[in-house]
Design a protein around this ligand. Structure first.
Ligand code: ATR
Length: 272
């Protein structure tokens, strides 16, 4: 009997992990590139992060993806943070360099890469939300050299704190639909369970075919925000792009290879 013996081991830590598509993407990628590696799901409770990191250092694990609830707590157990992980204050990727465990964050690529082909036309952007995902979104938007970035959030003080830290401006939650934007990015979880009416009705009032609307949520694929945006002829970008590009960036860090973006997208869409 032929038994597959991988040379390298990767995986994802988080809890819960039931819905993750990361094993699908990375195992497909290894097969595409003829890399003898395997990527597993390692459900890890919050209190087990220290044990996990001990295991990571002891067993021959080459790298890992990190998701909720460990993106911040894992930083206590690594040797070095990349600049972007430092700026975001969270880690989603672990890898080894010169016997050191490095913590990086490719969520910025998940925000910036789908927008890069359009960024020449984006001068003024509105970011909805001021939580953990919003920090990666700001760093991603700033990497595109967008001139004006505004943040709006239900809790104004959190928008204010973030705006001060990243040197961008705020828009009052009540006035969030008053201006035209070239780009609107939703970094709240409001699209996930039909709660979008809370942000939706007015936010699109002044938007048109010159507005790009990017919802970082991909469950469901077509959120109410994107449906309404499409009805107003805005250009829409699905949250699956966020997942895809953060994953492609991880794969590149671990292997040095660029995967076929179109084929990877097709694979993910076929499983949603
Ligand atoms: P994550 O790490 O996924 O970003 P988070 O840090 O809890 O999660 O942030 C959730 C974001 O969604 C916040 O911007 C939150 O707004 P508040 O800061 O006012 O809580 C936003 N959010 C969640 N539920 C909301 C709702 N019902 N209406 C408006 N904003 C909401």
């Amino acid at each position: 009997m032929n038994v597959f013996q991988p040379d390298k081991l990767f995986g994802i830590i988080g809890h819960p992990l039931g819905h993750t598509m990361s094993p699908l993407l990375h195992n497909w990628g290894f097969a595409q590139q003829n890399i003898r590696a395997v990527y597993m799901a390692w459900p890890t409770q919050p209190e087990s992060i220290e044990n996990f990191m001990h295991t990571f250092r002891t067993l021959p694990v080459s790298g890992a993806s990190v998701t909720i609830p460990h993106k911040i707590s894992v930083m206590d157990y690594i040797d070095k943070l990349t600049d972007r992980a430092k700026a975001i204050g969270a880690v989603n990727t672990l890898y080894w360099r010169n016997d050191q465990v490095i913590g990086d964050n490719t969520d910025t690529a998940g925000v910036s890469e789908p927008l890069r082909p359009h960024c020449a036309q984006v001068k003024k952007a509105l970011l909805i939300g001021a939580g953990g995902a919003s920090r990666a979104a700001i760093v991603g938007l700033q990497s595109l050299q967008i001139e004006e970035i505004h943040i709006t959030n239900r809790t104004q003080s959190k928008a204010g704190d973030l705006a001060e830290e990243f040197n961008v401006s705020t828009v009052d939650w009540d006035n969030r639909g008053d201006q035209h934007y070239d780009l609107i990015v939703n970094s709240t979880s409001l699209g996930m369970s039909g709660k979008l009416e809370k942000i939706n009705p007015m936010i699109l009032d002044n938007q048109d075919a010159n507005t790009i609307v990017y919802d970082l949520v991909y469950n469901p694929l077509e959120t109410v925000l994107l449906r309404e945006a499409a009805a107003r002829k805005c250009k829409t970008i699905h949250g699956i792009e966020m997942f895809l590009h953060q994953g492609l960036a991880q794969f590149k860090i671990w292997t040095g290879y660029d995967l076929d973006e179109t084929a990877a997208r097709k694979l993910l869409l076929s499983r949603l």
